[in-house]
Design a protein around this ligand. Structure first.
Ligand SMILES: C[S@@+](CC[C@H](N)C(=O)[O-])C[C@H]1O[C@@H](n2cnc3c(N)ncnc32)[C@H](O)[C@@H]1O
Length: 253
């Protein structure tokens, strides 16, 4: 069967429920909320977009910093879950129809969040260009990337006397739990930073997130200790791109 290169509704495809992915991942979820609050502290936006927002896991937190959120996702199934979860909140739901498209007018958004989506983008450049097109001048975005350059991986590469590749690296897992054709890649934070700059998105801040994402640590350390360390470490460890997830706060212009 030939692969449909324009397909984006991978999360409609199977019997797996993406919400189940988060069972047992309280540490990672809380670590992302900590990152959001660190980056957005003291800020408030009129119109924010949760791009690839899925079932709206992070939308309520975004609403702490915005009057209204537009939740965009290509998956009908995720949008249906989101509508249920976010009923009564000031959220507009939009189904993305085209690959690499941010469904909004030029210069119309005050803020955009793109969390856990870049790992489905083997070439994120066209989406970065769309983000730059749709943000107002001076508007901001938080863009998360799954990093190939995290500390444990760097040791692995070092053992093989190899450098961390600058290009995206396909990883052998399936985000939505299915053996399907969902693209799944890790990125090199240095490459991403250069790509953002090329699109006129300057990096204002950067955090290293889920720094203790390791089975043994999660099993043995109590949650308050994990989160206490996470809170203290996200900014200092960002310089070294330590963690598996990097959050960039960027500004258009
Ligand atoms: C791992 S989930 C993350 C959802 C949400 N941002 C969160 O952090 O909980 C990835 C989401 O990206 C959407 N997605 C997949 N490929 C996409 C693409 N090419 N463009 C935009 N969204 C995509 C999926 O439908 C899914 O809801």
């Amino acid at each position: 069967m030939t692969k449909d290169v324009n397909k984006i509704n991978f999360y409609d495809d199977n019997n797996h429920d993406y919400r189940d992915f988060w069972v047992g991942r309280d540490y990672e979820h809380e670590a992302e909320l900590i990152a959001f609050r660190k980056l957005l502290k003291g800020r408030h936006y009129k119109i924010a977009m949760d791009y690839g927002g899925g079932y709206g896991r992070l939308t309520p937190t975004l609403l702490e910093y915005a009057d209204k959120v537009i939740l965009v996702d290509p998956s009908k199934k995720q949008l249906a879950f989101a509508k249920e979860k976010l009923a009564g909140l000031n959220v507009e739901f939009v189904q993305q129809q085209k690959k690499d498209n941010v469904p909004a007018e030029d210069n119309s958004l005050d803020f955009l969040a793109m969390i856990r989506v870049s790992h489905h983008l083997p070439d994120p450049n066209p989406v970065f260009s769309e983000i730059a097109r749709t943000l107002k001048p001076g508007a901001e975005a938080v863009i998360e990337i799954a990093s190939e350059a995290h500390f444990v991986n760097r040791l692995r590469y070092l053992k093989q006397l190899k450098a961390v590749p600058s290009a995206p690296v396909p990883v052998g897992v399936h985000a939505n739990g299915a053996e399907d054709d969902t693209p799944f890649v890790n990125h090199n934070p240095k490459t991403i930073q250069a790509q953002l700059k090329d699109q006129g998105l300057s990096v204002l801040d950067k955090l290293s997130v889920s720094n203790l994402r390791h089975r043994v640590l999660k099993e043995h350390l109590p949650m308050p200790a994990l989160l206490g360390f996470e809170k203290a470490a996200q900014r200092p460890l960002a310089h070294a791109n330590f963690g598996p997830s990097i959050f960039f706060l960027v500004k258009k212009g």
